[in-house]
Design a protein around this ligand. Sequence first.
Ligand SMILES: CC(C)(COP(=O)(O)OP(=O)(O)OC[C@H]1O[C@@H](n2cnc3c(N)ncnc32)[C@H](O)[C@@H]1OP(=O)(O)O)[C@@H](O)C(=O)NCCC(=O)NCCS
Length: 167
Amino acid sequence: MDKKKAETIRSWEIVFPNDANPQQTMFGGKLMGIMDKTAGIAASRYSKRIAVTASTEAMDFINPVQVGDRIQTTARVVWVGKTSMVVKVDVVAENPLSGERKPCTSAHFNFVAVDKNNHPTKVPPLLVETKEEKQEYRIAEIIKQQAMERKKQIKETESSYKRKIKK
Ligand SMILES: CC(C)(COP(=O)(O)OP(=O)(O)OC[C@H]1O[C@@H](n2cnc3c(N)ncnc32)[C@H](O)[C@@H]1OP(=O)(O)O)[C@@H](O)C(=O)NCCC(=O)NCCS
């Protein structure tokens, strides 16, 4: 398979009152859903396959989003394995009157391309050219390695506790 450049996917939303939490700022879970959806579009457009969310990484909410703000979500595949992709997602809130833009959150999402039987299927290798792309690739690689190590350690701990309980 030839190396492929990843495109940046951009989506816009307006924050309505029913998107808010009891503090009248945007509910974090709603924002996570938008991020997951935009990341999924980036992953499936890149792989030309159905892409499922395998796991999500740490998400820090930097600034609250106000009701009435516009939010712009950008997503791009920044690392790929054999069948998996790491998508970096950034969210910026924009005040509709002043136009002031504030970063809200950034996170990495792990996606896996699947075939019609939901089995992982190959994705094209990623073309990484610019300094920024190389930096994002390396950061995503660290995140992906840690995700797999975490999964392995949790599995091992669960099975060791299961063995202890049986005894
Ligand atoms: C994600 C899923 C396809 C992985 O299937 P699996 O049989 O465990 O996958 P494998 O162990 O063969 O690994 C396949 C790839 O997935 C990656 N992967 C598996 N679990 C992962 C996780 N928790 N985080 C990140 N990547 C993961 C592996 O690193 C591997 O990548 P590679 O091919 O690039 O090396 C499977 O667990 C699944 O279908 N989960 C449900 C997904 C879903 O429904 N999401 C929406 C939630 S509502």
